[in-house]
Design a protein around this ligand. Structure first.
Ligand SMILES: [Zn+2]
Length: 342
């Protein structure tokens, strides 16, 4: 009779638990079904009124009912928590099969790439890279390269002076003097890449800083034929085996004789276009046999040694290669420009 009552209370509490649908209702149920004012507590309070021979069975039944309610409570709580977690994840679920987001990838600057290409071609011909400083004395930038004091290139209008006799190098040629003095009287075959500075108005065609590369070979018995062979080989490897190359007599203070090098226009094949201004030829570098005075300044005996030198702008190589019409793009650091040229 009393045991029936225990089971009835237990079943009523379990039925009530089925209707519990959130954490607050669950807590209210726990207080009602298992708290001090609950039916289970009340039944335990009646234990003294139960006849002694029925007491153990009654006590066991009450304990079993309480354990059943506690187990049901834990199961319900776990189910509600799992449902809440599922709802939270529903809007933010991870699909591990989706492709990942790639980090942005950098690339080499077009001038750096042109420079590396040029260096590779000369490396194949046995030239080594010689790097030299960008701040030079007036002596090294001009005087020792046979540029006399009255020469217009020394004008403040054309050159950035740091102090009265220190300049930002206007060409990579002072490196020739450094290299010669380090190696004389050994034969020399080097290329000198680097940034140079000119005090010019910035336009689509001219910048105050740009990249040059020049070459220098010194030895016994080096002739103009060696210069022409080296330059022609370089130009055809850079611009294509079908390019025509021509040398025009010119003047530079540090070479004698001197020449400008033209290549047949790679854009129109020599027929004439906007890039070659209708002439069919593009001017790409200057060159010549090293002036005896420069050889002597570098520590070589000009009666025994001869040499050739050549040099040109690297931006121009990239301009022609990519069909870029404005040299200012190279230093503007605009990613929209740089990312096109990967
Ligand atoms: Zn052309």
């Amino acid at each position: 009779m009393r045991i029936d009552e225990v089971q009835r209370q237990r079943d009523a509490a379990l039925a009530a638990l089925d209707a519990v649908d959130d954490a607050a209702a669950l807590e209210a149920w726990r207080t009602a079904a298992l708290g001090r004012a609950s039916a289970v507590a009340a039944l335990l309070g009646q234990i003294k009124a139960v006849p002694a021979d029925e007491r153990p069975a009654f006590g066991a039944a009450v304990n079993a009912a309480r354990q059943a309610l506690e187990a049901a409570f834990e199961a319900r709580r776990a189910a509600l928590e799992a449902r809440a977690l599922g709802e939270a994840l529903g809007s933010d679920r991870i699909d591990v099969t989706l492709p990942g987001t790639l980090p942005p990838r950098g690339g080499l600057h077009p001038v750096t790439r042109a420079l590396r290409r040029i260096c590779r071609i000369f490396a194949d011909m046995g030239f080594q890279v010689y790097q030299s400083r960008e701040v030079e004395t007036d002596d090294l930038n001009f005087t020792l390269l046979n540029t006399p004091p009255h020469h217009p290139a020394r004008d403040m209008q054309d050159t950035f002076y740091v102090t009265d006799d220190v300049v930002l190098r206007t060409h990579t040629s002072p490196g020739q003097i450094h290299a010669m003095r380090e190696h004389a009287p050994e034969p020399l075959r080097i290329i000198l890449p680097g940034v140079v500075y000119r005090n010019e108005k910035i336009t689509a065609r001219s910048e105050i800083q740009f990249t040059q590369i020049e070459g220098l070979a010194i030895g016994e018995g080096i002739t103009m034929a060696d210069l022409k062979g080296t330059v022609e080989n370089f130009v055809r490897r850079l611009y294509g085996p079908d390019r025509a190359v021509r040398f025009r007599a010119s003047y530079f203070p540090f070479t004698e004789p001197s020449a400008e090098v033209d290549v047949s226009c790679m854009l129109c094949g020599g027929r004439g276009c906007q890039i070659c201004k209708g002439g069919g030829w593009l001017e790409i570098m200057g060159c010549g046999m090293v002036h005896p005075t420069v050889l002597a300044n570098g520590g070589y005996d000009p009666d025994r040694f001869t040499g050739f030198a050549f040099g040109g702008g690297v931006e121009r190589v990239a301009l022609l290669r990519y069909g870029i019409d404005d040299i200012r793009h190279f230093w503007a650091n605009d990613l929209r420009f740089l990312e096109q040229l990967r």
